[in-house]
Design a protein around this ligand. Structure first.
Ligand code: ADP
Ligand code: ASP
Ligand code: MG
Length: 607
């Protein structure tokens, strides 16, 4: 007999009829010989309505009372589903997070799960009952019994955490779409269903805006090897399987607080090419990387900083043996940019650094924990190492530094994060090329309209500034991504300076600006600028590793729509471009089509 955890989202339990349909599906699973634990969300848009109610009373309600309020939504649906099951003759019991004893941190509105005792659940299951558990909630300690919630969308996380704690055979997430698709079908109706996806790709997609799964749910599935499937509540189709690598042995205590960093990786053999003062016009990146792709050069990291006047900087890294060729391409293209895009602009300048190294920290435990990246920057700063480029993904932070600092950097990072191994970056690519063959370069695309960009102009270029900025934000629990430093150096107040820009959730932008404001006088920066009119378009795919030209195809698709790219950031399995908010949908559609991801068939999403 198998133990299955099933989770049903808000739309799936949005009405009495839908709750009855869920009950029938649960009973079918029991009849097939399984024990079932069900996790449900609040009905329909209940949580949104509760948030709106609170906002009518207070612009800034206490986080404790928000948890008290929002946790009621799930209590309604567990009771109703339990009644429906009983009405159909199936013994069932509903339990709140507190009743199960789901223990979390004492962080209201964004608590992480620490531990789930299995005894109460097992006791009920042994009596032949279906146990219906409220998603998205827990308690901060068995003494205070403070109700906490896990953050919006957190019921997925409850379900996967329960599956890990109970060592369930499978966790099934039932929702209003047929599974994980190549894009959000509400924006791209002919998005295609994926049969499977790796947990690394799903982590990226989830955190880049695909809300079909909560990123923390994917993290737990990956860390504990939970079999995870996303399926439709309305059909019997198999849906999408999320594939995780064989997990390391991990204790179940501190479930969501596992070791943040699993490995320090190091690539000593890179070179950097920077193009300074390229025109800030649609098509520039496409032209540059189109040619690089045609020459079959494999680019690793790409960043494009925000504009300064009417131009910006693009920098990328390649392996050392491709550097001469990359430099030649960059020089040739740079000389054509002015005539091609903006005769009034300055001539672009190419700057090559022959000896750079990339050090990375990797691990699924760093998701949503801004302190981890800040700790990395601080460790490098304490060792006197200057960071030239930063690339962040959900499970990795990479810094490009001078090659002479490489070994020292690896040593301090291993020491800081208490990891002993430092596998050479790229080893996985080299040793498992077969795994990559036949993989599509891009599995899916995502759009995030909920971001704001913050730029700090003219911040001193010396070790410790990144650590300072991101340390301040981490202390306020503000997560940051797409961090970019300009390549151009200016002398401001007698000190060499650069611009640094990054994106945060729109809801965090005001606070970020406020807590960073003192830096302007302390470090002598010129200003902090916030822009909320942005959207981030991303492509994700494990197959883009070692396939030249993926970024170029994306840039070309965006350029064809005459859309200007404001920022570019890449990691190994994703490329993200920031564009104007009004152009996000068009850019997403163009990119989806450019990688041939459309199915030609329309996906209907029920209201
Ligand atoms: P639930 O209430 O079941 O948790 P959510 O609304 O949280 O459902 O997540 C499902 C929604 O996620 C879909 O209706 C769809 O609009 C959106 N979505 C965004 N990106 C994707 C994607 N790549 N694949 C599937 N759905 C996606
Ligand atoms: N009801 C909560 C929300 O709307 C949790 C969830 O549905 O996952 O965010
Ligand atoms: Mg959801």
């Amino acid at each position: 007999m198998a133990l299955i955890v099933q989770k049903y989202g808000g739309t799936s339990v949005g009405s009495v009829e839908r709750i009855s349909a869920v009950a029938r599906r649960v009973i079918d699973t029991v009849k097939a010989g399984n024990s079932v634990v069900v996790v449900v969300s609040a009905m329909g848009k209940t949580t949104d309505s509760l948030v709106a109610l609170a906002k009518q009373i207070s612009a800034n309600p206490s986080r404790r009372e928000m948890d008290m309020l929002l946790s009621t939504g799930e209590q309604v649906s567990i009771a109703l589903l339990s009644m429906a099951l009983q009405e159909m003759g199936q013994p069932a019991i509903s339990l709140t997070g507190a009743q199960v004893g789901i223990l979390t941190e004492a962080e209201h509105t964004r608590a992480r799960i620490l531990q789930i005792p299995s005894d109460r659940l097992e006791h009920q299951l042994q009596q032949g009952k279906v146990v219906v558990v409220a998603g998205f909630q827990g308690i901060s300690s068995t003494k205070d019994l403070e109700i906490t919630t896990l953050g919006r969308g957190g019921s997925d996380t409850t379900a996967v955490a329960l599956a890990a704690a109970l060592k369930a055979d499978c966790c099934e997430i039932y929702t209003d779409v047929p599974g994980i698709l190549t894009a959000d079908p509400r924006i791209i109706p002919d998005a295609q269903l994926m049969i499977d996806i790796t947990s690394d790709e799903m982590l990226e997609l989830a955190s880049l805006g695909a809300k079909v799964l909560h990123p923390r749910a994917v993290e737990i599935a990956r860390n504990y090897g939970v079999t995870l499937v996303v399926r439709s509540s309305w059909t019997d189709e198999p849906g999408t399987k999320v594939i995780s690598p064989a997990p390391l042995a991990r204790p179940l205590e501190g479930l969501e607080l596992v070791h943040a960093v699993d490995a320090v990786e190091f690539d000593p053999d890179q070179g950097k090419v920077a193009l300074l003062r390229v025109p800030d016009r649609p098509g520039v990146a496409a032209r540059m990387f189109g040619e690089i792709g045609r020459q079959n050069l494999n680019v690793d990291l790409i960043i494009q900083s925000i504009h300064e006047g009417n131009s910006n900087d693009i920098a990328f890294t390649v392996s050392k043996n491709s550097l001469n060729q990359a430099e030649a391409v960059a020089t040739a293209i740079a000389s054509t940019l002015r005539t091609h895009f903006d005769p009034a602009s300055d001539e672009a300048e190419v700057m090559v650094e022959r000896k750079v190294a990339k050090v990375s920290i990797a691990g699924a435990g760093m998701i949503g924990r801004p302190g981890v990246a800040a700790q990395m920057f601080a460790a490098l700063a304490d060792a006197g190492i200057n960071i030239e480029m930063i690339s962040t993904s959900e499970v990795k932070v990479s810094c490009v530094i001078g090659a002479e600092d490489g070994e020292k950097a690896v040593a301090v990072l291993c020491d800081t994060f208490k990891v002993s191994s430092s596998p050479v970056q790229g080893a996985t690519k080299a040793t498992h090329p077969a795994l990559l063959e036949g993989l599509k370069p891009v599995s899916g695309v995502a759009l995030d309209r909920n971001l704001a960009r913050i730029a700090i102009r003219q911040i001193p270029d010396r070790p410790g500034t990144a650590a300072k900025v991101f340390g301040i934000l981490a202390a306020k629990n503000i997560s940051v991504d797409t961090i970019i430093q300009s390549q151009r150096c200016h002398i401001h107040n007698g000190t060499p300076t650069r611009d640094i820009a990054f994106t945060v959730a729109q809801g965090d932008a005001k606070e970020a600006q406020t807590v960073l404001a003192p830096l302007v006088s302390e470090l002598g920066c010129s200003e902090i600028v916030v822009d909320e009119q942005i959207a981030k378009v991303s492509v994700v795919g494990a197959g883009m590793v070692n396939q030249p030209g993926v970024a170029a195809r994306m840039f070309a698709a965006i350029a064809e729509q005459q859309i200007n790219i404001q920022m570019i950031a890449t990691s190994e399995i994703k490329v993200s471009c920031v564009v104007h908010q009004d152009q996000g949908d068009i850019a997403l559609k163009a990119v989806h089509a450019a990688f041939g991801l459309g199915s030609g068939q329309k996906i209907e999403v029920p209201a």
